[in-house]
Design a protein around this ligand. Structure first.
Ligand code: COA
Length: 406
């Protein structure tokens, strides 16, 4: 999504991850993984091929970079595969009943039976690779039992006539990566057609969202910049279009600070409820970017030209109370009662007649639709140019490098 110079600079930064401070390595871990294991990538596209000893050695190093404890079961599996890969089938004496830890390890190793050493090596590498990619994507494995299948970065549930779309990458403050853009688009498309009366967007964890995932820059660098900019731009445009065209009441439950695109699209929501802990920040010029999500049109309309300018050009961060007084937020609630109060209210709204609400929303919004699509196209055109600029490159690099200075 960034200039060739940016791509090259980011690549340089991540090509030598072992020389970088640990926090830098973490920040770009998904790309580091791809670059760290070029051979591995090649092999994984052909599942019948074997991994090399070098790949195995690299996987061993990568285990040490995992920042989350993967749990006892996975650790035992890693241990067993490692032993099988390096020593072959388990033929050591069984530890005594009271030697719990060693017995669990012995059992795990023994359970691999006569799995060949090559096979164990391959499984070990695959397991490490899956742990690293799950960690770097910030995905949360546990989801609610009612959640709809097929989503990895968001959780979608429908209950009490409400479809709730929850941004679900709390470890990275719900930063929106390309996968999340496309999953939200799909979830909205489905919600538009389902039986729910209202649709709610909210975040999991302490943030509503930290906006565009700045690591996207690094991850697209390898695949051809121009092509990446084109495809990301199309994805982004389609994402905003879903909000413009959404046919039923769409409500934002802003559970914490909101940054960038998560703020700009608020002008396309019908109601915005916020905790008093929320802040609203669109640091576009800090990043060399320009407004998106139709905010260049909706913000001046909602809050007046000069207040919109303060936010969109000069990075003014609003408190929830300020955002409410400017009309961007409908109502602010104390954080300790936020979820309870808001959901009581939403349930009451969702018991109103579905078609009446949808028709009324469309009457209010439809006159603006054509204009909003035009604005979206124009903003996306400017963004495409911005994403390839040196100003953006420098801003993203300083975000990545900032971590090494902490
Ligand atoms: N893109 C990618 N990763 C992000 C991110 C983003 N927009 N926002 C946060 N993260 C990641 C951080 O890299 C960090 O990852 P790590 O644990 O691997 O180091 C993790 O989320 C936690 O963030 P951290 O910066 O440690 O938390 P904080 O409370 O100190 O600060 C923010 C939170 C959101 C203020 C800060 O992360 C930030 O400024 N992010 C960039 C926001 C931005 O400019 N978005 C684009 C707007 S157009």
């Amino acid at each position: 999504m960034f200039s060739v110079a940016a791509a090259a600079a980011v690549e340089l930064l991540i090509r030598s991850p072992l020389r970088q401070p640990r926090r830098v390595r973490r920040c770009v871990s998904s790309t580091v993984y791809a670059l760290h294991f070029p051979a591995l990538q090649l092999h994984t596209t052909k599942p019948t091929m074997q991994f090399s000893q070098e790949d195995f050695e690299k996987a061993k190093e990568q285990v040490n970079l995992l920042k989350d404890d993967p749990g006892d079961e996975v650790k035992l599996k890693l241990y067993a595969l490692f032993k099988q890969a390096t020593q072959g089938p388990c033929n050591t004496p069984k530890p005594g009943m009271l030697d719990f830890v060693n017995k669990a390890k012995w059992d795990a190793w023994k359970s691999l039976g006569s799995l060949p050493q090559d096979g164990a090596r391959q499984k070990y590498i695959e397991l490490v690779s899956s742990l690293i990619s799950a960690e770097s994507s910030g995905q949360v494995k546990e989801t609610s039992p009612d959640s709809k299948p097929g989503y990895a970065t968001i959780e979608v549930t429908t209950k009490d006539n409400i479809t709730k779309i929850m941004l679900n990458r709390p470890k990275v403050k719900n930063a929106i990566n390309t996968q999340m853009y496309s999953e939200i688009t799909q979830a909205l498309e489905e919600a538009a057609k389902d039986d729910s009366v209202i649709t709610v967007l909210t975040g999991n964890g302490d943030y509503y969202s930290s906006g565009n995932d700045l690591n996207n820059a690094a991850s697209t660098a390898a695949g051809g910049l121009k092509e990446a900019v084109e495809s990301n731009s199309a994805l982004f445009k389609a994402f905003v279009e879903q909000f413009i065209d959404f046919p039923k009441p769409l409500i934002a439950v802003v559970n914490g600070p909101a940054v960038g695109i998560s703020v700009t699209i608020l002008g396309l929501f019908d109601l915005v409820y916020a905790t008093d802990r929320a802040t609203f920040h669109t640091p576009f010029s800090n990043l060399g970017l320009c407004p998106e999500g139709c905010s260049s049109y909706t913000f001046p309309k909602i809050m007046g030209l000069t207040k919109a300018t303060e936010m969109l050009l000069f990075n003014k961060k609003l408190t929830a109370a300020e955002a409410c007084s400017l009309g961007l937020v409908t109502e602010v609630f104390p954080d300790n009662t936020f979820q309870k109060e808001v959901w009581i209210r939403l349930k009451a709204y969702a018991s109103l007649p579905r078609n009446s609400l949808a028709i009324s929303k469309q009457l209010i919004r439809d006159m603006e639709k054509e204009k909003l699509h035009e604005v979206n196209s124009q903003e996306c055109k400017c963004l495409k140019e911005r994403w390839q600029s040196d100003e953006v490159m420098n801003a993203v690099l300083s975000f990545i490098q900032r971590k090494s200075k902490l």
